[in-house]
Design a protein around this ligand. Structure first.
Ligand code: GLU
Length: 310
């Protein structure tokens, strides 16, 4: 087995001096982040944990949550019903693109805001409180401990989420959202505001790498058949409008978020998460991308790699 601790310590030390990138400021609370925050965590499918830097620093999960609410919607409704509402096509447009498929009026995929807001509407629950409780319980199963909502981030998103409001209203007008449009939006802002750490996200990623079973608690978070679906959309759509290039260069299903978190899933091996707020022009953590690229190269993780035959 590779010496993961040595690997991430080395990567941490090499990558920490990369000071490029810009912190997201369109959600005012995110602009308060320190550009030097940087943490890496790996959790293997055997439950071994490795961490470097600020791996236990709390931050809001943002779009990394989209992979997990997609899994939840699949478990709640079944694949066919979810596909009726949200397609699984990469779109090559920014995360907040106002876009629906011309023929079917569905959002193109669940990894961009339009798809994720529609997915939130599919999560079961009598009311918003019950949906939030189910969301928190789902995160808890993946991570192995209680998760909380960051109230300041939630308020900040809500006050400034004009574009997401436009998207949600378009979804309602197009009959993609069947329930209350404000509830769908509130749920989306809540899911983005959940507080996590790189270590927690690595455990969530490791649960996906382990076909839905948390490798530390041994509790099942998602049926294996839906893990396959989640990883498929992460692979084709998880990195916004650089998803194609990511699949080509890195070859690991991944999901990033504007607060600087990014997860990678290496099925049957491990989950990895990096947290570092400065973002590149596509909205991905600069240091996060650098770490995942280097890991893929070093450990020959690209799904189409044939390192043994080289
Ligand atoms: N809450 C953010 C938004 O909707 C999430 C975006 C992201 O992480 O990419 O704008």
């Amino acid at each position: 087995m590779p010496d993961y601790q040595m690997l991430i310590d080395t990567l941490y030390n090499t990558v920490k001096d990369n000071h490029t990138g810009t912190i997201a400021s369109y959600i005012p609370q995110l602009a308060k982040a320190d550009p030097n925050w940087f943490g890496i965590a790996i959790v293997t499918i055997d439950g071994d944990v490795y961490q470097a830097g600020d791996a236990t620093h709390q931050f809001s999960v943002q779009s990394v949550s989209k992979a997990f609410t997609y899994g939840m919607a699949l478990a709640d409704n079944g694949r066919a019903n979810v596909l009726k509402k949200v397609a699984v096509e990469p779109v090559g447009k920014t995360f907040n693109a106002i876009i629906l498929d011309a023929a079917s009026a569905r959002p193109p995929n669940p990894m961009i805001n339009a798809g994720a807001i529609a997915i939130g509407d599919l999560i079961k629950g009598e009311n918003l409180a019950e949906k939030l409780n189910r969301l928190l319980a789902m995160f808890k199963t993946y991570i192995g401990h209680d998760v909380y909502l960051d109230g300041a981030v939630f308020a900040s998103e809500r006050l400034t989420g004009f574009r997401n409001r436009a998207i949600a209203n378009l979804l309602k007008a197009s009959h993609v959202i069947e329930g209350d449009v404000d509830q769908a939006l509130e749920f989306y802002f809540q899911q983005c505001s959940l507080s996590v750490t790189a270590l927690g996200l690595a455990t969530m990623a490791a649960t996906l790498a382990n076909h839905g079973i948390n490798p530390i608690t041994r509790n099942r978070a998602l049926q294996a058949t839906y893990v396959r679906d989640v990883l498929s959309v992460m692979h084709s759509c998880g990195m916004y409008d650089s998803s194609g290039e990511w699949a080509y260069r890195v070859g690991i299903p991944a999901k990033s978020g504007v607060s600087g978190g990014i997860i990678g899933v290496v099925p049957n091996q491990f989950g990895v998460a990096v947290f570092s707020p400065p973002l590149d022009d596509k909205g991905h953590s600069v240091r996060g991308v650098q770490v995942l690229e280097a890991l893929s190269e070093e450990l020959c993780l690209h799904i189409f790699d044939g390192c043994d035959d080289a």
